[in-house]
Design a protein around this ligand. Sequence first.
Ligand code: SAM
Length: 310
Amino acid sequence: MSFDDGVQATNCDATKCKYSAVKMGYWQDDFIQYFVTGYERKTPEINRGYYARIKGVAMFMDKFLKKTGSNCQIINLGAGFDTLYWRLKNSGIRVNKYIEIDFASVTSKKCFLIKKSKILLQTISPHEGEVKIIGSDLHAPDYHIIGIDLRNLTELDKKLTQCGINFDIPTMFLTECVLVYMEPESSSMLLHWIAKKFNDIFFINYEQVNMNDNFGRIMLDNLRNRGCQLAGVDACLSPQTQMDRFVRVGWDSARSWNMINVYEYLPEEDRYRIERLEMLDELELLQQLLQHYCITIAWKGITMADVDHL
Ligand code: SAM
């Protein structure tokens, strides 16, 4: 098994964890069921961690969407089997374009699962013939899936242009546990390319942080034992290294919070509800997990320039 295979397998893991939390009632997702086979109940710490991740990302995305309305684009890099496109559409939120990118081996599986599900297809478009699946790519009026390696910027440029991307309107990028699997030069080149190419951008990055302490090293060993190389771990040493990686390559500014802070910032009534869903014996373990993940936001251009004051 190559390191790329190990990285791609992390998508199945993420999907199973999300499904476990959804089944336990942490949040609603009517679409995740079409991307999993079998149900594996995860521990309360994992379910709660995923809740913080989904809600934390949504909180920052909402700030962006509130500013732009529907005249914007969302590009989910290393999207795996994520269902955000359907969840947004189901709640009546429209964007000009929603584009997902992942390795072709992952996107072709996603395309296959979409093709099998009437609900997924109809939510993309109720009109016959508007959803076109060609190999590992999918094209529909407001949704595209592209199968490429994010380290290949020539191909990325070409494919995004084919999707009719507009480099001038507000565009949000999302990465959830993706950059950490790329060599530092590759992720830097990707972030630099985005900052150079797009004029008005907002980035939400959810991934590991504090990876140089004992617990961080245990997490790294666990992943390595499962065939996964975290080539980009150097950017995950602290909130500062997470922010620096953006500013160094041309982004205007960045901020970063570990997930303990994000969790505490979520609405109290939501936390009250989910904390009653299942017994949590090991509060300390949850805290350690939350301490080792963070959300970093970065921006360039006018739309999110006052994000500090939102
Ligand atoms: N973001 C999704 C989520 O949160 O459910 C999936 C996360 S999974 C841990 C990481 C994803 O990043 C995998 O689907 C993997 O294939 C993708 N990925 C990592 N490196 C990539 C690269 N160089 N090019 C394309 N996709 C990549």
